[in-house]
Design a protein around this ligand. Structure first.
Ligand code: 3PG
Length: 213
């Protein structure tokens, strides 16, 4: 069953990737996403600041749904949830992390890329999988092909999704949301250009809805 948080995430339709080097930037970063109309953050375990950033966002950015991404093992999932993460995303299909999340009633979007991965996730009761790296694994064409045999599975494509192609993905009936770094360009993060990130998020929402917010 899809939780209220996941429903909110899929209603928004966009999952910005957060790669943050300095946790002191977390609140400004999170607020930039909220101000841009995309109140979701997948804070990745690609930097040491990940857990402190999750903690700061949860404490100081009201209205922001905060999850942890690039989770490779149960220890990371556990630490992320203890820091306040409201959902977990894995880059690849990881049965141990997926089962741990199910057992602990934590929302999980497991990474998949093949019918074998999707079958395994489906067997564990997962209803939405990440599809990563989307562009390298056939993008829209592959997702269309997966819709037949996996008609109840929905996907969160990431990896090569951008402002130009995002609606091609979102137009597919089996796409719940799109994610990635295209809403949080690394040069903007490096330059602490929070207004730039807000503007980029607004552009993504505009592309999605067809009107300004
Ligand atoms: C992810 O972890 O979802 C991907 O690294 C996102 O890929 P992108 O940078 O191409 O959006």
């Amino acid at each position: 069953m899809i939780s209220e948080n996941m429903k909110m995430m899929f209603d928004i339709g966009l999952v910005p990737l957060v790669v943050i080097d300095d946790a002191a930037d977390a609140v400004s970063f999170g607020q930039a996403l909220v101000d841009g109309g995309v109140p979701v953050a997948e804070v990745t375990f690609r930097t040491d600041a990940c857990l402190d950033a999750i903690r700061a966002m949860r404490q100081h950015v009201p209205g922001l749904l905060v999850g942890a991404g690039t989770v490779h093992n149960v220890a990371q999932a556990d630490a992320a949830v203890k820091a306040g993460a409201e959902f977990i995303v894995t880059p690849a299909f990881n049965p141990a992390v997926t089962q741990w999340c199910i057992d602990n009633h934590v929302d999980i979007v497991p990474g998949t890329v093949s019918p074998a991965d999707i079958e395994a996730a489906n067997g564990m009761g997962i209803e939405v999988c990440k599809f990563f790296p989307a562009a390298a694994y056939g993008g829209v064409k592959t997702l269309k092909a997966l819709a037949g045999p996996f008609r109840d599975m929905k996907f969160l494509p990431t990896g090569g999704v951008n402002l130009e192609n995002m609606t091609e993905y979102l137009d597919l009936s089996n796409v719940a949301a799109v994610g990635g770094s295209f809403m949080t360009p690394s040069d903007m993060v490096r330059n602490k250009d929070w207004a730039g990130i807000t503007a980029t998020c607004r552009q993504a929402v505009h592309n999605l809805l067809g009107f300004e917010i």
